[in-house]
Design a protein around this ligand. Structure first.
Ligand SMILES: [Mn+2]
Length: 335
């Protein structure tokens, strides 16, 4: 019964979106701040699809999209949003891979003045966060926003091509981390197989997303990984990367976001916690769990969000010592 209701709701929402697209004079597509391969791939795939439907569409991002994604078709069409330069954003903004309007500010507030903001996403709606518009598509069963975008593009009857396929394949490969995290569903593989009929090189995409590291990065990793602390009889891996750790290796703190996933490769580790100093006064926290303990509540207690088993937060003017104490308290009650 619940499945039928879910399918019906999904169909109604898809129809609502199609109606909106038909009426829209100009559509803007975006993804969240500090984007990842899933959000960028999904938004680009949708951008190419709307163009094929002759719908006027723009790509706007609230911050710079890392160069590592420049292999994706359409990357060069992405513009960074500057409120002072944008009198008119069109009448429909669609954001991929988030349902938290704060992560697309100031674009969300700006767009609301002229039209509607919809989200296409697979993250749970936050308890204390803003609510996405009622026409938004949220499916927390999907392993990536790319998979939802694949269904949406099919529903819109857009003919798949190599550009769209490459973008969607990159989305799925990124969020499943090369098909490791597939949420007990064959869907990620099924969609990937359908996409691979088109002309692109999946191995090359895997390398662009997860390989292509510099020697400096490996030297940095060797040092960082050797400094992990193991708490709670080795069930929790904890690492604090200081600003100096990055400057010493001439590394962008952004390039260390994969460290938390490496921490999870230790057999006994159930939860990994990475706190990195992005700049003086600004901390980024990444949380991962193998599935026995949710970590979203910890992220939410730090005004962050994400998935049940992969979440994060950004905090300013808080000391690492304070966060560490919060963490120990949280672990005491949750482990
Ligand atoms: Mn995602």
């Amino acid at each position: 019964m619940t499945v039928i209701i879910f399918k019906l709701q999904r169909k109604m929402k898809l129809e609502y979106l199609v109606e909106k697209l038909k009426k829209a004079l100009r559509v803007t597509v975006t993804t969240h701040r500090d984007c990842d391969g899933d959000g960028v791939g999904a938004m680009l795939a949708f951008y190419h699809s709307l163009k094929k439907l002759n719908i006027s569409v723009r790509l706007l991002s609230v911050d710079n999209i890392p160069k590592k994604y420049s292999f994706l078709p359409g990357y060069k069409d992405i513009e960074v949003f500057h409120p002072e330069k944008e009198p008119d954003l069109g009448d429909l903004l669609i954001a991929f891979d988030t349902n938290d309007s704060r992560r697309i500010e100031p674009l969300a507030s700006w767009a609301k003045n002229s039209g509607e903001v919809l989200f296409i996403d697979h993250h749970p709606i936050l308890e204390n966060g803003p609510h996405p518009g009622h026409g938004s598509l949220i499916n927390i069963q999907a392993a990536s926003t790319g998979e939802m975008t694949f269904d949406l593009i099919q529903f819109l009857k857009v003919e798949m091509d190599a550009n769209i396929a490459q973008c969607l394949y990159s989305s799925i490969a990124f969020d499943t981390q090369l098909f490791r995290f597939i949420r007990k569903s064959p869907r990620s593989h099924q969609i990937a197989a359908e996409l691979m009929v088109h002309e692109f090189d999946p191995t090359e995409i895997h390398r662009k997303l997860f390989g292509n590291q510099s020697p400096e990065k490996l030297r940095f990793l060797a040092k960082a990984l050797s400094e992990i602390d193991y708490l709670h009889s080795g069930k929790v891996a904890y690492l604090n990367l200081k600003y100096e750790d990055f400057t010493q290796h001439r590394m962008d703190p952004e390039a260390s976001r994969d460290v938390v996933d490496m921490m999870m490769n230790v057999e006994d580790v159930e939860i990994a916690v990475l706190i990195r100093e992005e700049s003086k006064n600004k901390l980024k926290i990444s949380l991962r769990s193998k599935g026995r303990h949710e970590v979203l509540s910890l992220a939410e207690s730090w005004q962050g969000g994400g998935h049940l088993f992969a979440a994060g937060a950004t905090l300013e003017n808080v000391s690492v010592q304070t966060l560490y104490k919060n963490l120990l308290d949280w672990l005491k009650t949750h482990l």
